[in-house]
Design a protein around this ligand. Structure first.
Ligand code: SF4
Length: 452
């Protein structure tokens, strides 16, 4: 899988050394963004920030964490779905305005950000970054309403697309999910503190108890008056959770929208085996994301599970980004076939998705060179035919191999002996018929996009 994650966000209210907990939370959410990380904290008077490019461990050290004072903090792991990689775009974004200070961490992609920004610039606004998130700060600052909450609701009602937000002021934190609920955002409790995070695996690491998901269109405020919930801010909600969170993005140990990711992926593998059984000697995953689905496939088909590809965990993910040439090289850097496991075997290899097809082709070639007699490719999601405009960094439609090639053409390209995908019906059987965005599989975009 070569798709990029969105971002990971964390916030904690009312905990001494809050930045330490946010730092640990960002560690747990590292898989959602590896390009940059940042934390902003407050002691109720002043805001403190530290940001940088790279992994959480590269960005923070003991000194930088201890400089982030106060009982309230929010943090962000960045993968740039919008804007460029400059320091100004690293979140949380932090600004002064007439009501004090504000910091904001955003997961998602606001699809009408360019249109809003153009209008704001025409009206005299000066932007510090080219991140879509900065428009939210401007909208709040320019609202004519008299309370912060009214200004905030004024601002978020204008936005279209995906936004799970954690916003910090001097004495409170706001957690918000867009009315479609594309991105996850959960709430937890740690002693007297309230915690918010993109995924529940962040709660596990810091010892917090998961309370519930923030609902689509809901605003939760943790402040001096306790925790308050507002669910009537948007005119309507139309739940369209990103189904790719289940397929690939979220960590398998997270619980998302009432389901455990690992169990869901295993079930996808079971349904895939029901739909596309093939006689074979072993089932292997493409590590790590294909592991639960391969286990499910093995369980349902009765074909023994094994590890035929060994992953090198120490390859920096950012290293393999820039060009096709390096990406190809990267497959070999990342995965090595286990010849003893594969020799003379009929192999089912399970992956979570095919994007461009180049990685699958390399994997099939690698397995055959290692002695596999047959290679049967099984994909635990339907063909990706349309790009995502809600925060996932897919290639263009032209680059998505399934947008212009049939399954048989892709099979030929990858040189696999057979290729089958999980059907959309099969996917819906696992996750549910409604309440999800399936746009990258069926092209039905739940929110109209403009790319002005
Ligand atoms: S288009 Fe695909 S990746 Fe994007 S939000 Fe919808 S399901 Fe998720």
């Amino acid at each position: 899988m070569n798709l990029k994650e969105y971002c990971g966000i964390v916030g904690i209210y009312n905990k001494s050394e809050a930045a330490n907990y946010v730092y640990l939370g960002l560690h747990a959410l590292q898989h959602r963004g590896q390009e940059a990380a940042g934390i902003v904290s407050t002691d109720g008077i002043q805001f403190y920030e530290h940001k940088g490019c790279g992994l959480v461990n590269d960005v923070f050290n003991k000194n930088s964490i201890s400089s982030l004072r106060g009982n309230v903090a929010i943090g962000h792991n960045r993968y740039s779905t919008f804007g460029d990689d400059s320091i100004a775009n690293i979140q949380p974004l932090f600004a002064h305005f007439d009501m004090g200070q504000i910091a904001i961490a955003h997961n998602g992609n606001i699809i009408n950000a360019n249109r809003i920004k153009k209008k704001l610039v025409d009206d005299g606004a000066i932007f510090n970054s080219n991140s879509d998130t900065e428009v939210i700060i401007h909208l709040i600052a320019r609202s004519q309403k008299t309370t912060f909450f009214d200004r905030l609701t004024d601002a978020v009602k204008v936005l279209k697309g995906a936004f799970s937000l954690i916003i910090m002021r001097e004495n409170e934190i706001y957690a918000i999910r867009d009315p479609w609920g594309f991105r996850p955002l959960s709430m937890g409790k740690l002693d007297d503190a309230t915690v918010f995070a993109s995924e529940t695996c962040a709660f596990d690491l810091i010892g917090a108890e998961f309370i519930r998901d923030i609902s689509p269109g809901e605003i939760v405020v943790a402040g001096n008056e306790g925790v308050k919930h507002y669910s009537n801010v948007f005119d309507a909600t139309n739940e369209k959770k990103c189904v790719f969170e289940y397929i690939y993005f979220s960590r398998p140990d997270s619980y998302l929208w009432g389901k455990n990711i690992y169990s869901i992926r295993k079930r996808m593998g079971e349904v895939l085996a029901e739909e596309s059984f093939v006689e074979a000697d072993i089932v292997i995953p493409t590590p790590d994301s294909g592991v639960p689905a391969a286990l499910g496939f093995s369980k349902k088909s009765g074909i023994p599970f094994d590890f035929g590809l060994i992953r090198n965990h120490y390859v920096g993910r950012t290293f393999i980004e820039p060009t096709q040439t390096i990406r190809h090289f990267g497959v070999r850097l990342k995965l090595n076939p286990s010849k003893d496991v594969l020799k003379d075997k009929r192999v089912v290899v399970v992956d979570d998705s095919i994007v461009r097809g180049t990685t699958s082709k390399r994997i099939v070639k690698m397995l055959k060179s290692a002695g596999a007699k047959e290679v049967h490719l099984r994909i635990s999601s339907p063909p990706v035919i349309s790009p995502c405009f809600y925060g996932m960094d897919t290639p263009t439609k032209r680059e998505l191999i399934a947008s212009s090639h049939s399954t048989e053409e892709i099979r030929k390209y990858t040189t696999a002996d057979s290729l089958e995908y999980l059907s959309i019906e099969g996917l819906k059987k696992v996750v549910g018929e409604t309440g999800y965005c399936f746009a990258c599989f069926d092209g039905n975009y739940p929110v109209e996009f403009d790319r002005e």
